[in-house]
Design a protein around this ligand. Structure first.
Ligand code: NAP
Length: 291
């Protein structure tokens, strides 16, 4: 445990709820490893108190920055002095830091999502992507797949109006975006030609453990297909268990969680973390997931 002193600088995570967040675990582990005089704390904040909460954090001089999670990733934008181009593209912020001009917001989810994929050898231009769900995380996933140069990205969702807004938000910043919108009823035909399938719905979490896709649907994928589930508890989800059994390439959400955290810390500290420091963060997450 980091020794908290009078000089300790504070980072944290705002959201509702934040009880299950693993961010305090990984950040405090690396502070201890690097002997940094920082502490990272959960900051539960209700939507109705967001404005006063952000103002209050600004008044505390030791507060260097914070992560933002559900439900504030979009709502926090009006309370920031500036946002990075990436945060503007997504219309969502997950990391905020104190600057002389005020709070600066960015988004590290795109970076986090990409890290596990970049370790794989694929000709991304030939890959067709199927993204299940069209919420906040899906925006980061679609932007990341666009950055990766994927051929075509199919977004599967249940609310067409929301999906159209999703499209316009991203397309106004990413004019080359090759994104197509589909209802769930079309998913079978999309899977047959998919090289990457990403679950961004909460289906598969401990609270709603049913898989978003059946074994029969997964069987229609080509053997080189990657099945990426953003969920990291349970590990593995039923979706990834089935993908593993079929010899597909499964990726869970823990790598994304880790690397969005690494990128957030590098943004706050303005320095690059060593592979050893990143390994400490990863180990702390793995331990937290198995306890
Ligand atoms: P969100 O904004 O609430 O979006 C969830 C999406 O899933 C929405 O499009 C929603 O559809 C859809 N959905 C929910 N229940 C469904 C159901 N029963 N059937 C079909 N679709 C359903 O949440 P989010 O922030 O994008 O997060 C989504 C998931 O990603 C969560 O499990 C979260 O923990 C995970 N995540 C992981 C990381 C990581 O670092 N690994 C980062 C961010 C998020 P509607 O639009 O119709 O409501």
């Amino acid at each position: 445990m980091t020794m908290i002193k009078g000089t300790t600088k504070i980072l944290g995570i705002i959201g509702d709820p934040v009880t299950y967040s693993l961010s305090p675990v990984m950040h405090n582990a690396v502070f201890q490893y690097l002997d940094l005089d920082y502490a990272y704390i959960p900051l539960p904040l209700k939507s109705e108190a967001l404005a006063t909460g952000i103002q209050g954090l600004g008044a505390i001089a030791s507060m260097q920055g914070f992560n933002v999670t559900i439900p504030h990733k979009e709502a926090v934008l009006p309370f920031l002095s500036a946002t990075t181009t990436l945060a503007q593209t997504l219309g969502a912020v997950n990391t905020v830091k104190r600057t002389e001009q005020g709070w600066l917001g960015t988004n590290t989810d795109v970076h986090g999502f990409l890290q596990p994929l970049q370790a794989l050898e694929r000709d991304w231009q030939t890959i067709s992507v199927v993204v299940l769900g069209s919420g906040g995380a899906a925006k980061a996933v679609v932007t990341a797949c666009q950055q990766l140069g994927c051929g075509v990205i199919h977004l599967v969702g249940r609310d067409h109006q929301k999906m159209k807004q999703f499209y316009h938000q991203l397309n106004s910043h990413l004019p080359q975006l090759n994104l197509r919108l589909h209802p769930w009823a079309s998913v079978d035909s999309l899977l047959e030609v998919a090289g990457l399938v990403v679950n961004t719905t909460p289906l598969g979490m401990a609270s709603q453990p049913e898989s978003p896709l059946s074994l029969a649907q997964l069987k229609t994928l080509t053997t080189s297909a990657i099945v990426y589930d953003l969920i990291y508890t349970p590990r593995p989800t039923q979706l990834l268990q089935m993908a593993q059994t079929l010899g597909l390439t499964p990726i869970d959400g823990l790598g994304m969680l880790l690397h969005q955290g690494v990128a957030a810390l590098e943004f706050w500290l303005d320095q690059t973390l060593s592979p050893e420091a990143i390994a400490v963060m990863e180990k702390s997450l793995l331990e937290a997931c198995t306890t």
